[in-house]
Design a protein around this ligand. Structure first.
Ligand code: PMP
Length: 305
C-alpha cells in the first residue's frame, strides 16, 4: 500500500512543506549509514494528546549521536519542541514521530566533519506488524542472520546503519511467510526481533534478554519492566538459549512501533496454547491503560503536546 504523507515536516529548525525536506545525493549518511534516529508515539489521552516518553526517546537520540560523534546542533528541549510543533502543524493526535539527525553534505570520507542536519516527521500509523496483530498475535521465525558481534557495530545506538541487519531479518521472515523474524546474537543466544525486544513468560514471570545480547535497550522494554514490577510481576533479565522460544508459556515482542505484539508460534511450533496468553493480555492492559487512564502514570511518561 502506498504511503500517504502529511503536509508538514520539521527540518533544520523550521516547519516546511513535506516535499521541500530533501537530502543531497552526496550526503554522508546516504553513503555510510551515518544517521541516528528515534521512533516515538503520541496517543490520545483523557487529558488531551500526549507524547509517550518524549524526553527519554530524545535523550537516547543524543546518546546514539554521542557514540558516533555526531554533533546535534540543537538542545534536547529544542528537539522536544520540534516534535510537538510537527504534531500540531499536521493536526495529529495519535501519531508516530521520527526524529533523525544525519551527517549531511560538506565532506567526503569516513572521518569527514560534515554538518549535521536534523528532521522530525510525524504521521498517523496503525499496528506496525499489520491490522489485528495486537489481538491475534503473529507467527515468527528465528532468522538465519545473527545480530552484530560485541565491539563491532554498537547495538545500543539507534543508528541508520544498524538497520541493514534489521532489514535482513525482517525481509527474510516476510519472504518465508512469517510475520516477523527473531535474531540470535553472535553467541548463539537470543537477542531480539528485527525491530522489537522480546519477553518470554515462564511460570507467571517475565524473562527478557539482557542489553549484552546485541539489542537496542528499548524504552517499551523498560516501560514493561517498570509496569510489571510496580504490579508485583517478577521480571528476570537473563541470557536465554533459542530453544526456550519453543518451551515458554507465552511470548511477545515490544517496541514503540510494535507496541505489545503477541507471538503465537515460532518456526511453526505453537507457543503455549498457540494464542495470546493471560500475562500478555495483562501487560497489554497495563500498557494501553496508560493512554486511556486505567493505569496511573506515576512516572511522568505522558508529555503533553
Ligand atoms: N530493538 C530494535 C532493533 C528497534 O529498532 C526497536 C524500536 N526502536 C526496539 C528494539 C524497541 O525499542 P523502543 O521500545 O525504544 O521503541
Amino acid at each position: 500500500m502506498a504511503q500517504t504523507y502529511p503536509d508538514h515536516i520539521w527540518h533544520n529548525g523550521r516547519i516546511k512543506p513535506w516535499a521541500e525536506a530533501t537530502v543531497h545525493v552526496m550526503a554522508h549518511a546516504l553513503h555510510y549509514g551515518s544517521s541516528v534516529f528515534e521512533g516515538i508515539r503520541s496517543y490520545e489521552t483523557p487529558n488531551g494528546p500526549a507524547i509517550f516518553r518524549l524526553s527519554d526517546h530524545n535523550r537516547r537520540l543524543f546518546n546514539s549521536a554521542k557514540i558516533y560523534d555526531i554533533q546535534i546542533p540543537y538542545t534536547l528541549e529544542e528537539i522536544n519542541a520540534a516534535c510537538r510543533a510537527v504534531i500540531k502543524a499536521n493536526g495529529l493526535s495519535k501519531s508516530y514521530l521520527r526524529p533523525v539527525a544525519y551527517r549531511g553534505l560538506g565532506g567526503f570520507g569516513l572521518s569527514a566533519e560534515t554538518p549535521t542536519d536534523v528532521a522530525v516527521a510525524a504521521w498517523q500509523m496503525g499496528a506496525y506488524l499489520g491490522a489485528g496483530v495486537l489481538e491475534q498475535g503473529i507467527d515468527a521465525c528465528v532468522s538465519s542472520w545473527q545480530r552484530f558481534a560485541p565491539n563491532t557495530i554498537p547495538a545500543g545506538a539507534k543508528a541508520g546503519g544498524n538497520y541493514l541487519s534489521g532489514q535482513l531479518v525482517a525481509r527474510e521472515a516476510r519472504r518465508l511467510g512469517f510475520g516477523e523474524g527473531i535474531a540470535l546474537a553472535s553467541t548463539g543466544l537470543l537477542s531480539e526481533g528485527a525491530g522489537e525486544n522480546l519477553f518470554l513468560v515462564f511460570d507467571g514471570a517475565l524473562h527478557t534478554t539482557p542489553v549484552s545480547a546485541a539489542l537496542l535497550n528499548g524504552i517499551t522494554r523498560n516501560t514493561l519492566i517498570t509496569l510489571a514490577r510496580a504490579n508485583g510481576i517478577e521480571v528476570v533479565e537473563r541470557d536465554i538459549p533459542r530453544e526456550y522460544l519453543y518451551l515458554c508459556d507465552e511470548l511477545f515482542m515490544c517496541g514503540t512501533a510494535a507496541e505489545i505484539t503477541p507471538i503465537r508460534s515460532v518456526d511453526g511450533k505453537p507457543v503455549g496454547a498457540g494464542k495470546p496468553g493471560p500475562l500478555t493480555h495483562r501487560m497489554q492492559d497495563l500498557f494501553f491503560g496508560l493512554f486511556d487512564g486505567r493505569t496511573k502514570d506515576q512516572w511522568g511518561w505522558l508529555e503533553a503536546v
